[in-house]
Design a protein around this ligand. Structure first.
Ligand code: 5GP
Ligand code: ZN
Length: 114
């Protein structure tokens, strides 16, 4: 997708602070962190949102979740805890329409989801 900001980040047309990369997944620090650790995990394939997951492309979720585990270990927050957040659509506040998971941690976020 030529006008997608995360595709441009994946293609290194826009710089980012890399955290983790495989053939299928890229992870980088969020430009506007909302916690001591705030990493975005994205599939290299352009998928617009969680709504666009299908039986054909949902295999990427395995890679995203395993990436999250590895990144949490690397950041030293696997045991203290973290949240893995996906915003899907307008009401959820999705602003970039390339599927991504926010991995946030490094502070206590309490027991409320919202
Ligand atoms: P959303 O609201 O769509 O779930 O989250 C999009 C996230 O992308 C936001 O947390 C925002 O700070 C982050 N973001 C937007 N543009 C850039 C960018 O150019 N570089 C990086 N590293 N993060 C970005
Ligand atoms: Zn994209």
């Amino acid at each position: 997708m030529s006008d997608c900001i995360f595709c441009k980040i994946i293609n290194r047309e826009i710089p980012s602070k890399s955290v983790y990369e495989t053939e299928k997944v890229y992870a980088f620090h969020d430009i506007n962190p909302e916690a001591p650790f705030h990493v975005l995990i994205v599939p290299k394939e352009h998928i617009g949102s969680h709504n666009e997951l299908t039986p054909d492309n949902v295999g990427i979720m395995k890679d995203i979740h395993l990436a999250a585990n590895e990144i949490a270990r690397q950041l030293g927050i696997a045991e203290s805890g973290y949240r893995l957040i996906n915003n899907c659509g307008a009401d959820a506040g999705q602003t970039v329409f390339h599927l991504h998971y926010h991995l946030v941690g490094g502070k206590s976020m309490g027991t409320k989801i919202l």
